[in-house]
Design a protein around this ligand. Structure first.
Ligand SMILES: Nc1ncnc2c1ncn2[C@@H]1O[C@H](COP(=O)(O)OP(=O)(O)OP(=O)(O)O)[C@@H](O)[C@H]1O
Length: 556
C-alpha cells in the first residue's frame, strides 16, 4: 500500500522547510492547547482552595498571564499552522497537476482514447485533491500527536512517574491501534466513495455535453434519473462514512474518559500526597489528550479514498508516449514539400481489418490532391498518419526524403497546416482564436487574412479583433467556423496543407466561395484535401481514390 503513495511522499523532500515549519506550528498549537487547559485547571482549583484568605498572598498574576499567553500562542500557532500547511499542500497539488498535465500532452491518440474526458477531469480535480489527505490529514496529525505524547510524558513525569506512564501508554496504544482499526473499517467505504464520485462526474459531463440531443429526443428525464441515482448512492456512502467518523470520535472520548478516571483513581487514592491543584493539573492533562487524538481516526478513515486515487494517478503517470519525435530541426521555407508513402500498412489497435495495406504513393511538391472514398474507408486516417497522430504498423512516410519520425515535433508542426473536420473555436477573442495559427502575426496580418476568408464583417468598429467569440461570445455559423479554420491555416504559412472535408455540410454557394479561397491562396503549395464531393475538379491536379485498403489514381 505504501508503494502506491510513495511517489507522492517523495515529493515532500522538495518542500521540507515548509513542512518542518508547519510541523513546528502543529506541535506549538497542540502544546499551547494542553498547557492552557491544564494550567487553567490548576489555577481554578488553586484559587478555590486558597479562598478569600489567599486574596493578598496568592500570586494571581503569573498563572493568569500564563493562561492568557497560552491562549494567544494557541491562536497564533493555529493560524500559522493552517496558513503554512495549506499553502504547502496547495504547492504540492499544483506541482502534481502540472506534472500530470505535462505527462498527458505527449500521449498519442491511441493512448488518449483509453481515457474518457471525464476520467481526466476526475484525475485532475478529485484524485489529486484526495492526495492532499496524505500530508494534511495523515502525516501532520500523526507526527504532531507522537511528538506531543513525548512532551506530555516529560511534563507529567516531573510530577508523577506512574501517571506519566499511564497517559503515555494510553496515548501510544490509541495512536497505534485506532488508525489501523478505522483504516480497515473505512477502506471499502472510501474506495466506493471515490468510485461513485468519479462515476457521477463522468455522467454529469456527458449530461452537460449531450444537453441538445437529450432535450430534442426527450431523454433528459431518464438521464437525469441516472445522475440522481448515482448521487444518492454516493450520499448514502458519505453518510455511512460520517457515522463511522462519529463512532470514532465517540471511541476517542471514551478512551480519554477511561484514562482520566484511572488518573483520578490513582491520584485521589494517594499514590502520593499531592496538593489538590496538582491533582487537578494531572486530571486536566489527561482530559486534554482528546485534542491530540481527535484527528487520528479522521486521517485513516479517508485513506481508502487516498489509495484509490493514488492508484488511478499512478496509472496515468505510468503512461509513456508511444509516439516519440526525432531531432531533425528543419523548416522548409521554399514551399517545397514532397510526400512519399512507402509500403504503408496501418490498422487501429484491436481491429481485425487493416485500414491500409502496403500503400505506395508520391505526392509531388506543389500538387493539389483530392482524396476520395466511401465513408469509413480511411481518408482521415491517411491525414492522421502524416500528422503523426497515429503511426504506421509497417512502412514509412517521408517528407522531402526525410522520414517524418526523424523530425522534432516543432519542425513537423511548422511544416504543415491542418484544417480538421471540426474547427474548435476557443472561448476567447477573435484575435486569440486566429493567433493559434501563428502567434507572431500582427493585427494587420490578422485583418488581411480575415478579409481573404471573407470574414471581414466580424470586424465591427466597436470590438475589432477584440470581439469575443465562442461559447460566451458571438456564435459562428458552420461556414464561418470553417473560414476561421482556413484563416488559421493561412496564417501558419506552411508548405503543406491538409484539409479534412473543409466544405462538408455547407451550401453550394459557400462551398464555391471556400474552394475559391483555397485555389487563390494555396497555389504552389502541396495540398491534400479529403472530400466527398468533387464539384471543383479544376482545383486538383490529381484525384486519389481510397478503396479496399489501397489507393488508386483516377483522372480528374
Ligand atoms: N480510433 C479508432 N479506433 C479504432 N477504429 C477507428 C478509429 N478511428 C477510426 N477508426 C475506424 O477506421 C476506419 C477509417 O476511419 P476514417 O475516419 O479514417 O474514415 P473516413 O474515410 O475519414 O470516414 P468519413 O468519410 O466518414 O470521415 C473506420 O472504419 C473507423 O471506424
Amino acid at each position: 500500500m505504501l508503494k502506491l503513495v510513495s511517489p507522492y511522499i517523495k515529493l515532500y523532500r522538495y518542500y521540507w522547510q515548509r513542512i518542518l515549519l508547519g510541523m513546528i506550528m502543529v506541535i506549538t498549537a497542540l502544546s499551547a492547547s494542553i498547557f492552557l487547559l491544564s494550567l487553567s485547571g490548576w489555577f481554578l482549583s488553586a484559587t478555590a482552595f486558597v479562598g478569600v484568605a489567599g486574596l493578598y498572598t496568592f500570586n494571581y498574576m503569573l498563572p493568569a498571564a500564563g493562561v492568557r499567553g497560552a491562549a494567544i500562542l494557541r491562536t497564533v500557532a493555529r493560524y500559522f499552522d493552517r496558513l503554512i500547511n495549506h499553502d504547502t499542500t496547495f504547492r504540492i497539488l499544483a506541482y502534481l497537476r502540472t506534472k500530470a498535465f505535462k505527462h498527458l500532452l505527449p500521449l498519442s491518440a491511441d493512448q488518449m482514447q483509453h481515457f474518457q474526458k471525464a476520467d481526466l477531469l476526475n484525475a485532475f480535480i478529485a484524485d489529486i485533491d484526495h492526495l492532499d489527505h496524505l500530508y494534511l490529514r495523515l502525516f501532520a496529525p500523526i507526527l504532531g500527536s507522537l511528538s506531543i505524547t513525548l512532551f506530555i510524558y516529560c511534563a507529567v513525569n516531573y510530577f508523577d512517574h506512574t501517571v506519566a506512564l499511564i497517559i503515555t501508554l494510553f496515548l501510544l496504544a490509541t495512536i497505534l491501534t485506532m488508525p489501523l482499526l478505522f483504516y480497515y473499517a473505512g477502506k471499502r467505504l472510501g474506495e466506493n466513495i471515490a468510485q461513485f464520485k468519479s462515476q457521477y462526474r463522468q455522467l454529469l459531463v456527458s449530461y452537460l455535453q449531450g444537453q441538445a440531443e437529450l432535450t430534442l429526443f426527450n431523454a433528459k428525464q431518464a438521464f437525469r434519473q441516472q445522475l440522481t441515482d448515482t448521487e444518492s448512492q454516493w450520499l448514502t456512502l458519505q453518510k455511512k462514512q460520517s457515522n463511522l467518523l462519529s463512532l470514532a470520535s465517540a471511541v476517542i472520548i471514551l478512551i480519554v474518559g477511561i484514562m482520566t478516571l484511572l488518573i483520578i483513581g490513582l491520584v485521589s487514592n494517594g499514590i502520593a500526597n499531592y496538593d489538590p491543584p496538582v491533582i487537578a493539573l494531572l486530571i486536566f492533562i489527561g482530559l486534554s489528550s482528546t485534542e491530540i487524538l481527535a484527528p487520528i481516526p479522521n486521517a485513516f478513515l479517508f485513506l481508502g479514498q487516498v489509495f484509490a486515487s493514488a492508484k488511478r494517478m499512478n496509472h496515468l503517470l505510468a503512461q509513456q508516449p508511444s509516439i516519440t519525435y526525432g531531432n531533425i530541426n528543419q523548416t522548409f521555407t521554399d514551399d517545397k514539400c514532397t510526400i512519399i508513402f512507402n509500403e504503408v500498412t496501418f490498422s487501429y489497435p484491436n481491429q481485425p481489418l487493416s485500414v491500409f495495406n502496403d500503400i505506395n504513393i508520391r505526392i509531388h511538391s506543389g500538387e493539389h490532391v483530392a482524396l476520395i472514398g466511401q465513408t469509413g474507408c480511411g481518408k482521415s486516417t491517411f491525414l492522421n498518419l502524416i500528422t503523426r497522430s497515429w503511426q504506421p504498423n509497417k512502412g514509412s512516410i517521408t517528407i522531402n526524403n526525410i522520414d517524418i519520425t526523424h523530425f522534432d515535433e516543432y519542425s513537423l508542426r511548422n511544416m504543415m497546416a491542418v484544417i480538421p473536420q471540426v474547427i474548435h473555436i476557443f472561448n476567447d477573442t477573435l484575435r486569440n482564436n486566429l493567433l493559434i495559427g501563428n502567434p507572431n502575426a500582427n493585427d494587420e496580418q490578422l485583418i488581411a487574412v480575415l478579409k481573404k476568408v471573407e470574414l471581414g464583417k466580424l470586424l465591427t468598429a466597436e470590438h475589432g479583433l477584440d470581439l469575443w467569440i465562442g461559447e460566451d461570445g458571438r456564435t459562428l455559423s458552420g461556414g464561418e467556423r470553417r473560414r476561421i479554420g482556413i484563416a488559421r491555416a493561412l496564417l501558419h504559412e506552411s508548405p503543406l496543407i491538409l484539409m479534412d472535408e473543409p466544405t462538408e455540410s455547407l451550401d453550394s454557394l459557400t462551398e464555391q466561395q471556400i474552394l475559391a479561397i483555397i485555389a487563390n491562396n494555396y497555389a504552389g503549395k502541396t495540398l491534400i484535401m479529403v472530400t466527398h464531393r468533387l464539384n471543383e475538379h479544376a482545383l486538383f491536379d490529381r484525384i486519389l481514390l481510397l478503396r479496399n485498403q489501397t489507393l488508386t489514381e483516377i483522372k480528374p
